[in-house]
Write a protein that binds this ligand. Structure first.
Ligand SMILES: Nc1ncnc2c1ncn2[C@@H]1O[C@H](COP(=O)(O)OP(=O)(O)OP(=O)(O)O)[C@@H](O)[C@H]1O
Ligand SMILES: [Mg+2]
Length: 162
């Protein structure tokens, strides 16, 4: 690969409270048009992360954030809109243009099960990969990115999450 190392920030033994904190830090360094792809098996914490992110971004700790499984995408209205997608039940990537993903170039997109995007995968994104830890109260997390415009954000997040 041209230009050196792959950059990954790894955080191990993260309890639920800490995961919400991490989401909060990431929300602080979010910019309009950002794609956040959430990878991980069922129940690893993708929606939990999203809840922490949205509550922090909107400054509203009471807001209810659940998986938009039926609608696939739920929109949180704000000056910069947040689009929360759960694509687990997406049967065909051809549906993507009809569910309202990526139409808003200023929107922030949080996407669970991004594998389902296939050829609609964005070119540039922040990647959050969640893994089960041997202790059921913990998760292991890897944060990485693709695309130059995410570099600064990633470095900031890395600094904050020492
Ligand atoms: N360290 C942890 N981080 C996140 N969630 C945790 C942790 N420990 C326990 N949990 C629990 O694990 C569950 C995670 O569920 P969540 O809905 O966030 O997962 P998900 O990855 O979105 O799953 P799905 O693929 O079904 O959408 C919650 O019930 C949460 O309370
Ligand atoms: Mg979920």
């Amino acid at each position: 690969m041209e230009g050196g190392s792959i950059k990954i920030k790894r955080l191990d033994k993260i309890n639920e409270h800490k995961l919400l904190e991490i989401a909060r830090v990431i929300a602080e360094y979010t910019f309009p048009g950002m794609n956040i792809l959430l990878y991980g098996d069922l129940g690893t914490g993708k929606t939990t992360f999203t809840k922490g992110f949205i509550r922090s971004y909107l400054g509203d700790e009471e807001i209810n954030v659940t998986s938009p499984t039926f609608a696939l995408v739920r929109i949180y209205e704000n000056s910069v809109k947040i689009y929360h997608a759960d694509l687990y039940r997406l049967s065909d990537p051809e549906e993507i243009p009809y569910v309202g993903l990526f139409d808003d170039s200023d929107g922030i997109y949080l996407i669970e099960w991004p594998e389902r995007l296939e050829y609609y995968m964005p070119d540039e994104y922040l990647k959050i990969q969640l893994y089960y830890n041997e202790n059921i109260e913990y998760r292991d997390i890897e944060i990485s990115y693709v695309g130059e415009k995410y570099e600064k954000t990633f470095e900031k997040i890395k600094e904050e999450l020492q």
